[in-house]
Write a protein that binds this ligand. Structure first.
Ligand SMILES: [Zn+2]
Length: 464
């Protein structure tokens, strides 16, 4: 992997929005951009180290975040008290496995208790957001500016390791706050690489029908398309059927859900370009990046400690699949320690590119199928758990389209949901989907995974 051209980092080339406003010359990047660039440079160096060195330093940082959590957050005091080697600089992976797993349910129920109330000033400003994560169960998480800078740096690695040209035009089809025409209300910016001088990035709401997404893409004529795997597949299939191509398109970057079957094939057939996938979630940041030259995903070991465990809690061997348990290494605002995200992954011995970074062969996480509208058009359904929760206290949800007119709604509620709340839920869902569907609601205590460990918060029985 090569560093970006030096010219991209000179002051004259830094995008205006990342520079300090009071400085015309010489240009100096804002503190957050400077930090991201610094981390990115370190990532490029660390990935050339031998595996044993990466592991040893990772354990050192793991001990730092564990001690911090134990000493500042009462929730973790008992869990981490007396952990072997924690204060002696000899924490081991085996010893770490004695720490209890943090479940999604615990995170959901205890997010207040998991927050650090006295984040050190040097970790930067704390921001909070709610996410539905991998299992359709909403949680609120808090992040420091430093932890965000690590995510921005691993994102730079994602795009640049796949040869993306920072000056390229990027079109994103994703969940965005939208204008009436479907475009994002966020200003068209040059921020897609966070810190480098980039080509224009534009975003359009992926929850609008595929036909509208494609019309918008024609106007954008992007070099790179960024979207969810199921949406990429549906957009590619729509274009293939109509012979629609984008002359400049070089690559499709996917994120946000498991890379389902047929995405690469559809994208290759429609446009003749490859897919580059990222395994990330809002709760923990970037977990692993698909390798350009090899056959696996590289774990972002500088920023996250990843365990893949069998039923007994022991690490699975390469070639085997297990539960993914994650410990981000740099978020002091809300340390998540041994967090079971709800995904499954197959472990690889090593990526075939020769990288020493830990590797995953396959990730089986959340997927969302496409909704079919009465006119046959398709869309990536958008019903954020935030939106559901604004109406009624919902712990988990699943929607299943059973016909062109009906979507069955299954909910795990915190308490009994009133009929007024049910009506409000129906209105909100129809609103989000842009079409009136019949929405029978039923209640259960738990929504099971489908075969293979996937959790599907939107399923279709009529072909998604
Ligand atoms: Zn590789």
């Amino acid at each position: 992997m090569s560093k970006p051209a030096a010219s991209a980092r000179t002051s004259a080339e830094l995008p205006v929005r990342t520079m300090l406003p009071s400085l015309a010359w010489p240009a100096i990047p804002s503190a957050s951009v400077a930090l991201t660039l610094e981390i990115y440079d370190l990532l490029l160096e660390i990935e050339t180290w031998p595996a044993a060195d990466i592991r040893a330093h990772q354990l050192r940082q793991l001990a730092v975040i564990l001690r911090f959590a134990r000493d500042t957050i009462p929730f973790y005091r008992d869990r981490l008290e007396g952990l072997a080697g924690l204060d002696q600089g000899s924490l081991s992976p085996e010893g770490f496995r004695s720490v209890p797993i943090l479940t999604r349910g615990e995170l959901q129920a205890s997010s207040e208790e998991l927050e650090c109330k006295n984040v050190p000033q040097q970790d930067g400003v704390v921001s909070k957001f709610t996410t539905s994560g991998s299992t359709g169960m909403p949680v609120t998480v808090a992040w420091t500016a430093r932890a965000n800078a690590f995510v921005a740096a691993t994102n730079m690695r994602y795009y640049l390791s796949h040869g993306a040209d920072p000056k390229g035009r990027v079109a994103a089809l994703r969940a965005v706050p939208r204008n009436p025409d479907g475009t994002s209300t966020e200003p068209r910016g040059n921020s897609w690489l966070g810190a480098l001088n980039c080509g224009p990035e534009a975003a359009f709401d992926a929850s609008l029908p595929v036909s509208q997404q494609v019309e918008w893409l024609k106007g954008e004529d992007p070099d790179y398309l960024v979207t969810y795997p199921t949406n990429a597949r549906a957009v590619a299939q729509y274009c293939l059927a109509r012979g629609i191509t984008f002359g400049r398109l070089r690559k499709v970057f996917t994120f946000g859900e498991a890379l389902v079957d047929g995405v690469r094939e559809a994208v290759a057939a429609a446009w003749g370009v490859p897919v580059a996938d990222k395994y990330s979630t809002r709760e923990v940041g970037t977990v692993a990046l698909e390798c350009l030259r090899g056959d696996a995903y590289h774990v972002q070991a500088e920023d996250i400690y990843v365990e893949v465990l069998d039923k007994a809690g022991e690490p699975v061997a390469p070639g085997e699949t297990g539960r993914v348990v994650l410990t981000p290494l740099h978020n002091a605002a809300m340390p998540l320690i041994r967090y079971e995200i709800g995904d499954h992954a197959e472990v690889a011995a090593r990526c075939s590119c020769g990288s020493a970074m830990p590797a995953l062969k396959r990730i089986m996480g959340r997927t969302r199928n496409m909704l079919t509208l009465p006119n046959g058009d398709k869309l990536w359904p958008r019903f954020n758990s935030d939106d559901l929760n604004a109406v009624a206290p919902i712990r988990q949800f699943q929607l299943v389209q059973t016909s062109l007119q009906e979507i069955r709604v299954t909910l795990v509620p915190e308490r009994e949901v009133t009929s007024d709340e049910e009506d409000a839920l129906r209105t909100m869902i129809c609103d989000r989907l842009g079409t009136d569907f019949e929405l029978p609601i039923s209640y259960v205590e738990e929504i099971p995974r489908s075969k293979g460990g996937k959790y599907e918060d939107f399923k279709s029985e009529i072909g998604g």
